[in-house]
Design a protein around this ligand. Structure first.
Ligand SMILES: [Zn+2]
Length: 426
């Protein structure tokens, strides 16, 4: 909570370029005054968050997602924020809000989403807490124990320890940033510090379902969205716990590849060694695409990457150094990247395998040569998928012979048959 608040406040800090007639206090003083407000009002802020978390928010659960939107309208209007719902049929609307400051010259839009990922009840270890906020005295990974929310009274103010964690669906992703933003506005208001900018908000209700209607909805309401800067309040804090401001996003374009074997699964005792195994073929193909250090081997893969500027390199070098802690926390003996730091490596496309499938494992395993093997990969970015499109039948290092024709007859004609599907499909 504290970190998110401070991060969000950065946008409100008075800067010369945002200067207005009534000079606000210097940034350090603003931060201190807001921190004081937060300390004095923690109970109210946490209660507001808890109430919001208690409303189920899966994008496809239309009645409940609408309840979230209605609740958000109440929260925004309570702050005097002019609010409009931008409807999406069958889904939660985009909640738009606007708070104009008389003397501000610039406008900042904050984006956040109020839907959460679908829940798997079996994966929750503590009763039924997915929409029931639970307080723990530390993160679960740090063996945090469940504790009651502290009592609050006029004589005995509830104090929340910085290590405590609230568990509920969307408690961090992405309802907390909404409450933190509103708390920051409350703090500035209570301390009589004028906003240096006009503020707009866009709260989306189907981000976790792929944001399929967001662009169209925003284009329909372009007139509302004039601004100088957009800040997305939807991302992780740094692993050190310190607030983090991102200036860009890593691309995420997926590619599905299916490698075909015989027209039907064959008995491995009767056909093994003779019938080519598509799982083996796919493994060879994938292994040929990346070396053991995580470097992509496909020709030209990195050609269109914009190198980091000196300023960006300097900013990365100044980030807290915590790769060693992460290694032990995550059980990674030897990271990829040939000794380069995490922050440097995430500046590059990665060609990640998201999932692999061929026939069955475990209880359902059969003694077969499977008929096909599939992979879903991600973190390809535009230039790379362009590269695939430009060289559709590359045979580089065993890369697939591509075909849009998935008819079985193809199998008998080609020694290798694979089909790739995605924005960069072949
Ligand atoms: Zn999110």
């Amino acid at each position: 909570m504290r970190n998110t608040l401070i991060a969000l406040l950065i946008a409100f800090l008075p800067a010369e370029m945002l200067a207005q007639k009534s000079t606000p206090p210097p940034p350090a003083q603003v931060a201190q005054e807001v921190r004081d407000y937060r300390m004095d009002n923690e109970d109210r802020i946490i209660r507001e968050l808890s109430e919001f978390l208690a409303i189920p928010n899966i994008a496809s659960d239309t009645p409940n997602i609408q309840k979230n939107a209605a609740h958000l309208v109440e929260m925004l209007e309570a702050r005097g924020i002019e609010t409009h719902l931008l409807p999406i049929s069958g889904r939660g609307p985009v909640v738009f809000g606007k708070l104009i400051s008389a003397e501000a010259k610039r406008t900042v839009i904050f984006y956040a989403h109020y839907d959460g990922q679908p829940v798997d009840p079996a994966a929750w270890t503590d009763g039924k807490p997915f929409f029931e906020p639970i307080l723990r005295d530390a993160a679960i990974e740090a063996s945090g124990k469940r504790i009651p929310f502290p009592e609050n009274s006029a004589q005995n103010r509830a104090i929340y320890n910085d290590n405590w964690r609230i568990y509920a669906r969307s408690s961090s992703d992405d309802k907390s940033p909404i409450v933190a933003l509103l708390a920051a506005i409350d703090a500035l208001h209570a301390k009589k510090i004028p906003l240096a900018v006009n503020l707009k908000v866009i709260f989306e209700g189907e981000e976790e379902a792929g944001s399929t209607n967001l662009q169209r909805t925003l284009e329909l309401h372009k007139n509302l969205l004039e601004a100088d800067l957009l800040i997305t309040a939807d991302g992780p804090v740094h692993q050190s716990g310190r607030p983090l401001v991102f200036f860009g996003n890593r691309g995420d374009i997926g590619l599905d590849i299916t490698v075909y074997g015989p027209v039907r699964a064959l008995h491995s005792g009767h056909y093994g060694n003779w019938a080519p195994n598509p799982a083996m073929e796919l493994s060879r193909l994938l292994a040929s695409m990346k070396d053991a250090d995580g470097h992509v081997l496909i020709d030209g893969y990195y050609d269109d990457i914009t190198p980091l500027s000196e300023l960006e390199k300097k900013a990365l070098a100044e980030l807290p150094e915590n790769d060693a802690d992460l290694k032990s926390e995550l059980g990674i003996a030897k990271p990829e990247g040939g000794g380069r730091k995490l922050v440097e490596l995430i500046m590059q496309p990665s060609l990640n395998i998201r999932g692999l499938r061929s026939a069955y494992v475990g209880e359902q395993a059969q003694n077969v040569v499977p008929d096909r093997a599939k992979v879903r990969s991600d973190r390809w970015v535009h230039p790379q998928t362009g590269l695939l499109r430009d060289r559709p039948r590359t045979d580089h290092r065993g890369a697939p012979r591509a075909s849009a024709d998935r008819e079985d007859r193809e199998r008998g004609r080609l020694s290798r048959l694979a089909y790739a599907d995605g924005p960069g499909s072949l």
